[in-house]
Write a protein that binds this ligand. Structure first.
Ligand SMILES: [Zn+2]
Length: 276
């Protein structure tokens, strides 16, 4: 499951020691990764572009509806800084990644001609740098598709063997529910690329990727991102302890401000507890 973090950033002022950051909620679990219909144009139909943004560790701060600091008491704004937000910073990634491009009605891809969406699914996705991808197998491999008929009433599957030499199609209502291997199918023609050959009358609902390095790579990603976000957003921590502590220096007790500390009390839970 993907775990994400939201941050609020404030430019602060000289009086309070510069910018400060607020983490106001626990890590959010995102069980589904759904790509929207209007994303097709924005990302030029390339899932690699979608993933570049999805896994980016340097997301652009989004302008919030209210750009004043959250430090307010009795309706009085205590800090003159300007607030910006950054959402969905990915902290932990799943071993099996599903990317949904269909919707419940399958109506999105009933279009014909130019309106039809043919997402290009890359053979691999690197959620972090090329260096760690090579060193730690932090690479997602395309392993299969969930397909749905254009009426949205029947799901089937297409998948490749680990060495990509055999392609299977599974339809629970055909061949007594056994997956069928076809000699004519290849990974290049029936899995990868912009228009892989899929059974007539079906569209791609979801692509399935598998993390090559498994749980070890997942843990590596987590460690990299905790370290990266700590440096990037002026947060600090003590990885020697089972509880990971994150503090914003300008909010440390002793500087005249209230202390703000966010800690993971049990890292296995991947869950932040907030102390204010
Ligand atoms: Zn502020």
């Amino acid at each position: 499951m993907t775990l994400c973090l939201n941050l609020h950033h404030c430019t602060g002022s000289r009086e309070i020691g510069g910018p400060h950051i607020e983490i106001s909620e626990t890590l959010r679990c995102q069980p589904f990764f759904q790509v929207q219909e209007n994303d097709y144009k924005r990302f030029n139909g390339l899932i690699s572009n979608v993933c570049d943004e999805r896994f980016s560790a340097t997301k652009v701060f989004e302008p919030p509806e209210i750009n004043t600091c959250w430090r307010v008491k009795d309706s009085q704004i205590l800090c003159p800084g300007t607030r910006t937000d950054v959402h969905d910073l990915v902290v932990s990634i799943p071993v099996i990644l599903g990317i949904e491009v269909g919707d419940e009605t399958a109506g999105r891809n009933r279009h014909r001609g130019a309106k039809r969406q043919h997402w290009y699914f890359p053979e691999t996705i690197t959620p972090d740098s090329e260096e760690v991808a090579i060193d730690f197998d932090l690479i997602y491999d395309l392993v299969g598709f969930v397909l749905v008929n254009t009426q949205g009433t029947h799901f089937i599957a297409r998948y490749a063997t680990h060495d990509r030499t055999k392609i299977y199609t599974y339809d629970g209502m055909r061949h007594n529910g056994y997956p069928v291997h076809s000699l004519e199918m290849t990974f290049d023609t029936h899995m990868a690329g912009k228009k892989p050959k899929i059974p007539k009358g079906f569209i791609i609902w979801e692509a399935i990727y598998s993390l090559r390095g498994g749980l070890t790579a997942q843990e590596k990603f987590y460690q990299i991102r905790i370290k990266k976000y700590a440096a990037q957003y002026n947060l600090g921590g003590d990885p020697r302890q089972t509880s990971y502590c994150v503090v914003s220096p300008s909010w440390l007790p002793g500087d005249g401000q209230e202390g703000s500390c966010v800690a993971v009390t049990a890292r296995a839970k991947r869950n932040y507890r907030i102390y204010l």
